[in-house]
Design a protein around this ligand. Structure first.
Ligand code: UFG
Length: 350
């Protein structure tokens, strides 16, 4: 199948791309590189070659808000008699903090970019899409309550609001059901880790906002200590609990969701993508330390604004519908994250 990936040079994008290529799909990858590195694409190509994968990909540098740019990709693929059959839509701005500072930018990039993409897809009769949404759209349900797909949606920051909005647009597109769209919305929990080759991984711009990139920076002595936001949450050890999922398990879920969609004439499939297992900040730090035999100095600071104590998926629906099980343990995630930073102490070559 020929598949378009938006945001394909990013963290989730590169890992999803290698999985799709391994499964025999040819890819058109779009990225604007405002939040990712061209070197990630070079690495993807290198990895494809060492894994002896025959499938091919093309890279297109541009912005989803540019309709002409998008149309050219779809029209060229149509002319080549091998049209794009499906889109995996990952592109978007993703920092919760930035979204509070620059809400208009987030609405513009994420929502307007998506609307443009959907318009062009409709024009070129490509109506199969997997969209990257987030667990951040759910309302906090209370201590130790797993979030299922019917949990209340009530995002508390502009980033989450843009994700929820794009979901609504896709649901409207599906509701009419006249054009036979097949839509899958994947609500990611906390993807961490890296491809086991250590050739691709997460390389955030600037100071990492998320826990795992912050841990690997401390483990490789690039930051002196980890700041743990809050020690008095109502959890097992006072630190916040999340559902960490290996990025390759998440990558695989995209392809399985797409294959599942293709079994129907028209479909809306909304799935949580997590492991269903809660891990506290201290659990993650201690596992990383012991499995990699390294030091992670840390100190406690006050809670981060907008955080919740417990965000864990009820992932039964994805397991059942996709016939998928996250394979990797927290230990695997820590080993692969360590391998990535050891091989690439400064991330991708800049
Ligand atoms: N944390 C620290 N120190 C740090 C960074 C994070 O203690 O330096 C804590 C946070 O306070 C939180 C936990 O580690 O309790 C996890 O934080 P992350 O930022 O890694 O992840 P979040 O769950 O807050 O958010 C992530 C993504 C969002 C996404 C959400 C889905 O950043 O984009 O998961 O639940 F929407």
């Amino acid at each position: 199948m020929r598949i378009l990936i938006t945001g394909g040079a990013g963290y989730i994008g590169t890992h999803t791309a290698i999985n799709l290529l391994e499964n025999g799909n040819d890819l058109e990858i779009i990225d604007s590189f405002i939040n990712s590195y061209p070197a990630a694409i070079k690495r993807l190509n290198y990895l494809k070659n060492i894994l002896k994968i025959d499938s091919k990909f093309n890279i297109h540098n541009g912005d989803l808000r540019n309709q002409k740019f998008l149309e050219k990709i779809f029209s060229d693929s149509k002319k080549s008699n091998n049209p794009i059959e499906a889109v995996i839509h990952l592109a978007g701005l993703k920092s919760v903090g930035d979204s509070i500072r620059f809400p208009e930018k987030y609405w513009d990039f994420n929502v307007n970019g998506s609307i443009n993409l959907f318009k062009v897809m409709e024009k070129y009769e490509c109506r199969n899409i997997v969209f990257s949404s987030s667990a951040t759209i759910y309302k906090y349900q209370g201590k130790e309550v797993l979030l299922d797909e019917n949990s209340v949606i009530e995002p508390t920051n502009p980033y989450g609001q843009t994700k929820a909005e794009i979901e609504k647009i896709l649901q409207d597109i599906n509701k009419e059901n006249v054009n036979k769209w097949r839509i899958s919305i994947l609500r990611y929990f906390n993807p961490i880790g890296a491809h086991s080759s250590g050739l691709i991984g997460e390389d955030p711009f600037g100071e990492p906002n998320n826990l795992f990139p912050a841990i690997i920076k401390v483990s490789s002595n690039q930051t002196r200590e980890l700041k743990i936001f809050g020690y008095d949450w109502p959890t097992i050890d006072g630190t916040a609990v999340r559902d960490y999922i290996h990025v390759m398990d998440l990558a695989k879920a995209h392809y399985l969701a797409l294959l599942k969609l293709m079994e129907f004439e028209s479909k809306l499939l909304i799935l949580n993508i997590g492991t269903g297992i809660g891990t506290s900040v201290l659990d993650l730090v201690n596992t990383f330390k012991s499995i990699n035999k390294c030091d992670i100095p840390y100190s406690f600071t006050e809670r981060r604004k907008g955080d919740f104590p417990y965000v864990v998926a009820d992932n039964k629906m994805a397991e059942k519908i996709l016939n998928w099980k996250p394979r990797n343990t927290i230990e695997d995630m820590c080993i692969d994250g360590w391998n990535w930073i050891k091989k690439n102490p400064s991330g991708y070559p800049k």
